[in-house]
Design a protein around this ligand. Structure first.
Ligand SMILES: [Fe+2]
Length: 249
């Protein structure tokens, strides 16, 4: 595991550090990857997926101006630059963005930085939008079922999980993400990744995430990342998170 692909584990099981198929340089087939980007085309040229809610749907926690900037400009830039990279590297064609990221270490060195940064940016944001939403009368305001059991087993309680994810998100130096992932053995773990690196590269299934790039919060929260993280917990789409948890690790 090189420096760029090292992921800091915070309380994860020791098994999480085992080398994955991807790290051994073997392709992970599409059938083992969650489809994180519907309804966008599964392979390139990639397009920006629409938000599954209105830009102001997460107010007052996530403001509409930030959502426009974040989705329309930042996410779009990752999509645009990923398409440029794929056009320049025919060996990347015909792959889903999750396949590109999960198999990062098998691509030619000349393509790897673009896949890591632009592919990761597209994959991470496409995932994130689907796990956000304000609780409605017909949706879950907290995890339930198997996900609730797994959180209680791993973190003691929902508040225990929130404390650990918050601590992880606050430790991200500069730009990056904090994640709850499902490990190959089915257990949950909290991880952080720098920049746009994805847990998929280590064979870990993203279940929930918080984007702690300043572009996610600076307009409304300026330098107050802790306030942004607190607000984030008000807009977790637990139905969406449960759906991610139910998918194969
Ligand atoms: Fe972002």
């Amino acid at each position: 595991m090189n420096r760029r692909t090292a992921i800091k584990h915070l309380g994860g099981a020791a098994s999480a550090l085992l080398l994955t198929e991807a790290l051994r340089g073997q392709a992970i087939p599409a059938s083992q990857l969650a489809a994180a980007t519907p309804p966008a085309p599964p392979t390139g040229p990639f397009t920006l997926p629409s938000l599954p809610y209105a830009y102001d749907a997460l107010e007052p926690y996530f403001d509409a101006a930030t959502m426009h900037l974040h989705h329309d400009k930042h996410h779009q830039a990752y999509v645009t630059n990923l398409n440029i990279a794929v056009a320049a590297h025919p060996e990347l064609a015909g792959k889903t963005v999750d396949e590109l990221v999960a198999n990062l270490n098998i691509w030619p060195e000349s393509a790897r930085t673009a896949v890591r940064n632009q592919g990761g940016g597209h994959a991470n944001h496409s995932f994130w939008w689907t796990t956000l939403g304000k609780a409605k009368a017909d949706s879950a305001a907290a995890p339930s079922g198997e996900l609730a059991k797994a959180i209680d087993t791993r973190f003691g309680s929902l508040s225990g999980f929130q404390d650990k994810l918050t601590a992880a998100a606050l430790t991200v130096f500069g730009s990056g993400w904090a994640w709850m992932v499902k490990l190959p053995d089915g257990t949950l773990s909290i991880e952080t990744t720098p920049s746009q690196e994805s847990p998929l590269t280590l064979g870990h299934k993203p279940v929930l995430a918080v984007d702690v790039w300043e572009h996610a919060y600076y307009l409304k929260y300026q330098n107050r990342r802790a306030d942004f993280i607190k607000a984030y917990f008000q807009v977790v789409n637990w139905d969406g998170v449960s759906g991610q948890f139910a998918q194969k690790a």
